[in-house]
Design a protein around this ligand. Structure first.
Ligand code: FAD
Length: 492
């Protein structure tokens, strides 16, 4: 296979990842005297802050993604290849990808973060994530499949097990997804499933720390908790989750809840790629960079966004893993790269924290600005406006706006569809005989239960593939996962 990247007299900047950081960098290099080669294993940019709405049936995935080629149409110094980078060969100034090696003069790593299970294998096996479009769609299918299945059960216990939802992690994602599921329970599910008794359905939000939305103000944390409890979400604080076993989530001091749906929103780690020398990679798989995002030990490799760890006096544990950091680092690097090429002194990065926000549900949100804090209906309007304007493309904004208005007026999300059923290996229940292969048929080869159009938990789509080098126990500071600044400004 030949990657067919045209030769050029300009220095080649290879950017890995079209998340918030990579996207902004490529955009800002539009007029720079460089050849920009963007590599991403997805051919779209994903607006992660609204993934939870895809997972809970409020928005279609195509309203929160933007095709890479369309976004950069007409950018003359730009080349995109649909590729996954597997290894950095710094000695040869090349990245190795699934489509072949690609050389660079400058390399920018903007590969973001990955879900972090803190080494807990039982949780990793059982939990659903909200990190990518396929994972959000899996969760949507799984929730509604479980309700369909609950109808077929005979005992209250079995029904409850399928209807209960446990969300782990009291940061913005955990708060937002629990609120969204509580709204489904209040407004949608009882209408769709009149045969089920919704007094049996419980939603739990479990947080290891003492507050929700750690990193936001005390008022916002308390208000978010109050909102959730009013919406009938059971909030448990100071309750680290231990394991998932026999259909139960074990947490805190010997507590347990039986639930098929376990949503993990409790942590992320970096995505350092293999090939980087040891001192360039921190314990949590973030990449050590200096104050202008140059990777430790290299002259022509940079890292920005979630995957970069910039330790300064003000940020002893690095910057928060949020979109604004990625965007601001990208903007500065776009200015610094031409300076570096011309052997001028680059500028140091200083993070401008514009504030944080999270929504809990209809008319309920919390906003912390540097000078003001407010909660309630106005905060909710601000949250809606900021997220709407941050989406890529007019079409996405218009469709999202009308979808939200429709949902608001009708109390009825229409997207509770199981288009791509999610199948996972059945959990072995106590007393079950071991599953033995019969004849030549191994358990994995048995026909899939619903249709062939099924995503297997064991068969990961490209987007779900973990970066080649796996993590050691991470140290992402709690506040990094919980701060939720404004999403980025509108994209091209
Ligand atoms: C559910 C959720 C909600 C969030 N809400 C907010 C919010 O409200 N506000 C906020 O500020 N932040 C929020 N965040 C965090 C925010 O999304 C991240 O901080 C931001 O996306 C980081 O940008 P990035 O460019 O570093 O990486 P990302 O945006 O994660 O992009 C990484 C890109 O790299 C690509 N990639 C990765 N590895 C490879 C490889 N080996 N080869 C090729 N391509 C690769 C990926 O496909 C992806 O396109 C949220 C995150 C999640 C998961």
């Amino acid at each position: 296979m030949n990657v067919n990247i045209p030769a050029s007299n300009l220095p080649r900047v290879v950017v890995i990842g079209c998340g918030f950081g990579g996207l902004e960098l490529v955009k800002k290099l539009r007029h720079a005297p460089v050849q920009v080669v963007l590599l991403d294993r997805n051919n779209y940019h994903n607006f992660q802050p609204l993934l939870y709405q895809v997972a809970t049936g409020s928005l279609e995935p195509d309203t929160i993604v933007a095709p890479i080629r369309k976004m950069f149409k007409g950018q003359h110094n730009f080349i995109y290849r649909y590729a996954e980078v597997q290894y950095i060969n710094a000695e040869r100034n090349e990245v190795e990808t699934n489509i072949g090696p690609i050389g660079y003069d400058f390399l920018v790593i903007a590969t973001g973060s990955q879900t972090n299970f803190f080494g807990n294998k039982t949780i990793e096996k059982a939990a659903m994530q909200i990190k990518t479009i396929p994972s959000a769609l899996n969760l949507r299918s799984y929730i509604f499949q479980n309700f369909e299945k609950a109808l077929l059960m005979n005992t209250t216990y079995e029904k409850e097990e399928l209807m209960n939802v446990v969300v782990v992690g009291g940061g913005p994602t955990g708060v937002e997804v629990s609120g969204a599921i509580a709204e489904l329970k209040a407004n949608v599910l009882p209408k769709d499933y009149p045969e089920l008794d919704f007094r049996s359905m419980k939603i739990y939000l479990i947080e290891a720390g003492p507050v929700l939305l750690n990193g936001m103000s005390a008022e916002s944390s308390a208000k978010a908790r109050q909102y959730l409890e009013e919406m009938d979400v059971h909030v448990w604080l100071n309750a680290p989750v231990e394991k998932y076993e026999d259909g139960k989530v074990y947490f805190g001091k010997d507590q347990s809840i039986h639930a098929e749906t376990l949503i993990w929103a409790a942590g992320v780690s970096g995505t350092a790629l293999p090939g980087l020398q040891e001192n360039a990679v921190a314990k949590n798989q973030r990449i050590n960079v200096n104050q202008f995002n140059k990777v430790e030990g290299y002259e022509n490799i940079f890292a920005i966004g979630d995957c970069a760890l910039m330790v300064t006096e003000d940020t002893p544990r690095g910057h928060p893993m949020v979109a604004q950091v990625a965007i601001q680092q990208a903007k500065l690097l776009a200015k610094n790269l031409p300076r570096i090429i011309n052997r001028e002194t680059p500028e140091n990065f200083v993070y401008n924290n514009k504030g944080s926000m999270a929504t809990v549900g209809r008319n309920k949100a919390v906003v912390d600005l540097p000078k003001f804090k407010f909660q309630g209906f106005f905060a909710w309007l601000v949250w809606l406006f900021v997220h709407l304007m941050s989406l890529a493309g007019h079409r996405n904004r218009i469709v999202t706006f009308f979808t939200w208005v429709w949902n608001y007026i009708t109390y009825d999300q229409s997207l509770r569809l199981i288009i791509r059923p999610y199948w996972r290996e059945p959990r072995k229940k106590k007393g079950d005989a071991p599953i033995e292969p019969q004849g030549n048929e191994t358990p994995q080869e048995k026909p899939l239960p619903i249709s062939e159009n099924v995503v297997l938990a064991t068969e990961k789509p490209a987007e779900l593939l973990p970066p080649a080098k796996d993590t050691s126990p991470p140290e992402a500071p709690k506040e990094q996962q919980n701060q939720r600044p404004f999403p980025p400004p509108p994209m091209a």
